[in-house]
Design a protein around this ligand. Structure first.
Ligand code: ZN
Length: 428
């Protein structure tokens, strides 16, 4: 007797007619036609089943504040930081927690069960850190939050930030953050990278810094982070977030840097939606894949001073990554889907992740036949499973055409669009 069996699933590697059996929170069998009964049975009807989505970069503490006290008129990063600083003093831990919880539940309903929250520590009271640590514990039965201690206004530049970083580490954050481009000089930025990597290394924490987060082709912070990753042997424990300047480096320097990033084992976390609003340029996603760099994606911002829209659905991000990055081949688009699943899990260091015996029974059933269709349609998550229990569902999406006395169900798959008999009449 199993707790849950999902029958007739398609997996993202293309395997079809797969059953997935779960017991006591773990996947215990993955095969065709598994014998046995279960408390819950889901018929996947040949749709795609994946491990849960990983959102590797999110500012939960600022989410849902759009327009308060004003909205960002230029869309630029620094205008957003100024608005956030006017708002920050008015926040309470309770209010931050309520907003963050709402976003987490949106993410969860969309199949994201792992989320890394960049959380501002440039507040002597550390209200956001307090809120997010409480929320991380509260939501643990449903999803895993990782908390980054993020010095939004600069680690060396902000009076007291060195001390609040130390306190945030004591309080139990998971990741040490940084923002070297926002330090007063390039040299101080490099110094901050070195000090923060050493700090993380001493405490056994992960590293995730906002690096080269400017279109400036002269920015040189990722190379320092790469060198520190190699010097301290931190490997995949380090992530470089954003990196839009890489798109504007000359090819000689960019190619040398990307090769070193691959050697270091570090991850790159890309946020295509805010790359569009803040800089109008994303990093070199296609070339980083080619260089062998592990890439994760993040939503970054929802309804806040940096992004005026948002759903917390990482498939929205994957869609923008394909479009903005001109990732035209099926291979590249499949890699994008891997980045919101397996590569994201590698970046966050998640254990027992995947669809295999012994993995956690955390799964998502999508109304799509394959990963590329999932990116294109951003379809309903028909079921979201955590430790073998169904924790969210959505109804199937469909549309009915009513035309010349006839009715026809449209399901938006490539096949059905091709063979609908209304094709010619609708185009007249
Ligand atoms: Zn960020």
């Amino acid at each position: 007797m199993f707790d849950l069996i999902i029958r007739n699933a398609t997996l993202q590697d293309g395997r079809q007619n797969i059953d997935i059996a779960c017991r006591e929170g773990k996947i215990v069998a993955v095969a065709s036609n598994i014998d046995g009964d279960a408390r819950d049975v889901i018929d996947a009807e040949g749709f795609l089943v994946t491990p849960p989505f990983v959102d590797a970069h999110f500012h939960l503490d600022g989410a849902l504040t759009h327009g308060n006290p004003m909205s960002n008129q230029s869309g630029e990063l620094y205008e957003g930081i100024n608005i956030w600083n006017r708002l920050k003093d008015t926040l309470t831990a309770e209010e931050v927690k309520d907003r963050a919880r709402r976003i987490c539940l949106w993410a969860l309903a969309n199949g994201t069960l792992h989320l890394r929250a960049q959380t501002d520590i440039c507040d002597p009271k550390l209200r956001a850190i307090e809120a997010l640590i409480e929320l991380r514990d509260e939501l643990r039965p449903l999803m895993d939050l990782q908390i980054v201690a993020f010095p939004q206004d600069g680690y060396l530049r902000t009076p007291g930030a060195v001390e609040t970083m130390a306190r945030a580490i004591e309080m139990g954050v998971d990741v040490v953050g940084g923002i070297p481009d926002y330090e007063l000089t390039a040299a101080l930025g490099q110094q901050s990278v070195r000090e923060l990597c050493e700090l993380a290394h001493r405490h056994g924490l992960l590293v995730d810094m906002h690096t080269d987060q400017t279109p400036d082709p002269q920015s040189r912070q990722v190379e320092t982070l790469t060198a520190e990753t190699i010097r301290l042997g931190l490997g995949s424990r380090v992530s470089a977030s954003h990196c839009p300047s890489l798109a504007n480096f000359d090819d000689y320097y960019a190619n040398k840097l990307m090769a070193q990033m691959a050697v270091s084992g570090m991850n790159v976390v890309v946020c295509p939606l805010t790359a569009a609003t803040c800089w109008g340029v994303m990093t070199r996603v296609g070339e980083l894949y080619e260089a062998g760099v592990n890439i994760a994606f993040g939503y970054d911002c929802v309804l806040d001073p940096w992004y005026p829209l948002g759903t917390a659905d990482i498939l929205d991000v994957a869609h923008m990554a394909v479009v903005f990055g001109r990732l035209m081949s099926a291979t590249q688009q499949t890699r994008v889907f891997e980045s919101i699943t397996y590569q994201g899990a590698k970046a966050l260091g998640i254990d027992r992740y995947g669809i295999a015996e012994g993995c956690n029974a955390d799964l998502v059933l999508l109304q799509a036949r394959n990963p590329i269709e999932a990116i294109r349609l951003q379809p309903p998550r028909l079921a979201v499973v955590r430790r073998g229990k169904i924790i969210a569902t959505q109804p199937k999406r469909s549309a009915m055409l009513l035309f010349e006395g006839d009715e026809r169900l449209i399901d938006f798959t490539q096949k059905n669009l091709m063979d609908t008999k209304f094709d010619t009449s609708l185009s007249n």
